[in-house]
Design a binder for this molecule. Structure first.
Ligand SMILES: Nc1ncnc2c1ncn2[C@@H]1O[C@H](COP(=O)(O)OP(=O)(O)OP(=O)(O)O)[C@@H](O)[C@H]1O
Ligand SMILES: [Mg+2]
Length: 501
């Protein structure tokens, strides 16, 4: 299979998003599609997936003009699409989700549930996924959902698979499994289009690359010929800093402490404290309980036992309102489900956390919000048109920046960021790291939850590593390395770490 896209143009209103893009993807290769947030990657793929129509240009599949007017036509042409924002139905079990739109029927015409269940089980076995296919999707963590979405595309026998940031909420071991799967598909002559902001992944798995900048194809070539620094430079148009970030800081008084905090079955006996001006990382693998732990600290979830202290005072009957009033901000992971309100515009999404603070007699002070947002928009370099545009008109990375802006607007004392750079491009990641360090300089306690060891090492003063619901160990300063984090995250002991030195 060979796909040729020629002179593709696309505008939304007067926003010219794709300016005559031409590229060719062959069967049996993994093709990286790169570019900054808002460069046009998803839009180009949405055209191939039949979701959007190009204004101009042609698509040829194996030398013949393809008509891709809707997603069904695209599927029928052999194209499978793993979307950036997951597309699963929460109220259906996993195995039914695996067959959405192509459900097998029994001879009598009803849904062949048994077949779906069986094939899903086979697929999970092959992928080494420990998950009961009968579970409802709504009960699953985002990382499982992403895995399901990937498996679903891989089951369709497509000849081209578009993977739009498939690994954003996966942990390292799951990513390895996805890569193995991709290599197998490649050897079966399937063409894979891989979009990712993790350039190490691109370097490892991809054969060719194309870089979009502001809707123009600025660079194309063979991956072995370039370094990740080269790719970053092609994307943003200048060198991206990679030297260590300054970390010497004076810490203030303790602002958060938890004692023996437990919520069955997610986490147990958690003890730690955080000081003003400190940047603390929390990392681990899937099922480590870190998101659940901080949801409980933020009052969004219960605790079974244990104590939470803010500014030395015990918080009883915790709730999100209480937590916000006490100066905690919490950016949840999995933007689409937890952070974005799809029916609201950009400004509303960026300001709802501060509505109570800046409204009088129930009337929202829009002027204040607009001013605050304009400042944050500049700092975070959010690529957008009008604040009253739908949040869904923004690219994935720019939506993430809006969510970050919302929490920064609350001027928190304790800022909890769960997977803050999900889908954010290399340049913008550095912007976010700068913001984190600047906030720490302003005496704010920042807690960064991340499964990317490199991110933790880059911005945090120290890191708690969790394993199956407990804090397996703490690494301070130079003790943090890919190796030491992975060791603790897989249940290793701290002593081994220290005696190796
Ligand atoms: N449905 C839409 N309506 C209006 N504008 C849109 C729509 N979809 C995308 N855009 C605009 O098109 C541009 C490109 O967005 P796109 O989603 O293709 O970026 P991307 O390269 O995938 O970025 P990211 O890395 O953040 O996912 C952005 O300016 C975005 O705001
Ligand atoms: Mg995108």
């Amino acid at each position: 299979m060979k796909i040729e896209m020629t002179n593709i143009k696309k505008s939304f209103g007067n926003n010219e998003v794709l300016k005559s893009i031409s590229l060719t993807i062959n069967g049996g290769e993994i093709y990286a599609l790169l570019g900054e947030n808002g460069a046009g990657k998803s839009t180009l793929m949405n055209i191939l997936g039949g979701i959007h129509q190009a204004d101009e240009g042609a698509i040829m599949i194996d030398g013949e003009t393809a008509q891709l007017h809707n997603p069904v036509q695209s599927q029928e042409a052999g194209i499978a699409f793993i979307h950036q924002e997951l597309n699963l139905i929460n109220d259906l079990p996993v195995y039914e989700n695996m067959f959405l739109g192509r459900e097998p029927k029994t001879k009598r015409g009803s849904l062949d549930l048994e077949k779906m269940l069986h094939e899903t089980e086979e697929m999970f076995k092959k992928m080494n996924i420990q998950l009961d296919p009968r579970k409802m999707v709504g009960d699953l963590d985002s990382s499982y959902k992403q895995t399901i979405e990937i498996c679903r595309a891989m089951m369709t026998n497509a000849s081209v698979i578009i993977m739009d940031e498939p690994t954003t909420s996966l942990t390292d071991s799951e990513i390895e499994r996805v890569f193995e799967m991709m290599k197998t598909l490649k050897s079966h002559n399937v063409g894979l289009i891989f979009i990712s902001h993790k350039l190490q992944e691109v370097k490892r798995i991809c054969d060719r690359y194309a870089v979009l900048r502001d809707g123009v194809l600025v660079s194309e070539g063979s991956v072995p010929d370039v370094t990740t620094d080269d790719l970053a430079r092609f994307m943003v148009g200048h060198d991206v800093r990679t030297e260590p970030l300054a970390k010497e800081r004076n810490l203030g008084k303790e602002v958060l402490r938890v004692e023996e905090l437990t919520h069955h079955p997610f986490f147990r006996n958690i003890n730690f404290s955080v000081k003003q001006g400190e940047v603390v990382g929390v990392t681990g693998l899937l099922g480590d309980g870190r998101s659940e732990l901080f949801q409980s600290i933020f009052g969004a979830d219960d605790i079974s036992s244990g104590k939470i202290y803010i500014d030395g005072e015990e918080v009883k009957n915790n709730s999100t309102i209480k937590a916000i009033n006490k100066g905690i901000a919490y950016l949840p992971r999995n933007r689409k489900e937890n952070a974005i309100i799809q029916d609201m515009d950009i400004l509303e999404n960026s300001s709802i956390a501060t509505w109570p603070k800046f409204s009088k007699a129930g009337i929202i002070n829009n002027e204040w919000h607009l001013k605050k947002f304009e400042d944050l928009k500049k700092t975070l370099r959010i690529k957008m048109q009008d604040p009253t545009d739908s949040i869904l008109s923004l690219s994935g990375g720019n939506q993430q920046k809006v969510v970050l802006a919302k929490w920064l607007a609350t001027d928190p004392k304790i800022l909890i960021l769960d997977n803050p750079t999900q889908g954010v491009d290399v340049g913008a990641k550095e912007d976010i790291y700068d913001i984190i360090l600047k906030l720490a300089d302003e005496n704010i306690a920042v807690i960064v939850l991340s499964s990317e060891a490199s991110e933790i090492i880059r911005v945090c003063d120290r890191s708690l590593v969790m394993y199956q619901g407990v804090i397996q160990g703490e690494l301070i300063g130079k003790e943090m390395s890919d190796h030491s984090i992975m060791n603790l995250a897989t249940g290793g002991e701290l002593a081994e770490e220290r005696s190796e030195k």
